[in-house]
Design a protein around this ligand. Sequence first.
Ligand code: KG4
Ligand code: ZN
Length: 341
Amino acid sequence: MDITILGIESSCDDTSAAVIRNNVLLSNVIASQAVHVKYGGVIPELASRAHQQNIVPVVDTALREAGVAADKLDAIAFTRGPGLLGSLLVGVSFAKGLSIARNIPMVEVNHLQGHILSHFIDLPDRQLPHPDFPFLCLLVSGGHTQIVRVDSPLEMRIVGTTIDDASGEAFDKCAKAMGLPYPGGPVIDKLAKEGDPKAFRFARPRIDGFDYSFSGLKTSFLYALRDATAADPGFIERRRADLCASLQATIIEILLDKLVRASKEFGITDIAIAGGVSANSGLRDAVAETGRRRGWRTFLPEFKFTTDNAAMIAMSGYYRYKHGDLATLDVAPAARIEQLL
Ligand code: KG4
Ligand code: ZN
């Protein structure tokens, strides 16, 4: 029996809706919010308003592109959290409205599990590589940096997590300090290609176990900029590519160090990456190269599944629906991850 799921994602600054049949993607529509660029970061109040404007046309388009009528859906999967509360409220409330109007069950999805389960989506004309269980996933997004041990689509355990900033945040904040536009990650990725990754050396964390820390790196980067700019106001402009390349190389080194250790500790060699930062070309190359050296099977997501999208929410919702995990109408968004795992 086919299972058709509508996914709704509104946790941050992208409004997205997608339709999946079993694990095959039928549509994936994303409305990005340009309004935040001029502020150099996401303004929660503006994000909520833009979601409110976008949600109906985005869902309509996703259903139309999939060729699926709303009353043919088996379930509506929505992101319950983590994310910005006002943004999540729009998606959750919309899911409830549609659920009541069409008498369709709802399924709540943890956004982070969604990122991980994007590795099980297939395209209508192409199967994508899927990891075997158990696998380790390096989850790197704007708000989170974790190593997750995935034993099944519904059983995941956080092995290591950031104790301060996320890797995406390090990209974004350092980019802002260099006067680069938001989001900084893709811009640094591009500029880094022209620079020398060994030009500057920044602080590396010394944290036991599999946890991450990026605030020390960020601080040392910001101090280096401040000191160099005091002596030479044109410093950032002149050395931008080297700064980007060195910063990116340091972030990748920190990420891979713990990932390699976790793989050894658990004896797991199916290694996936997911989340916005998994679009980073340097990180993708480094993971693939480390994998070749260490005999890993590595899984790098398609670019369209790296940053926030509803396809991954529909995919995660599919597994929850099959397992009978339905949400009730009193469900409320949860801004923090601790409430969800
Ligand atoms: O997963 P995501 O879309 O949203 C969250 O759930 O947070 O991740 C957004 C993050 C931002 O910090 C952005 O700068 C980063 O992903 N990002 C990148 C790249 N593309 C997006 N970071 C580095 N290199 C990229 N190419
Ligand atoms: Zn995300």
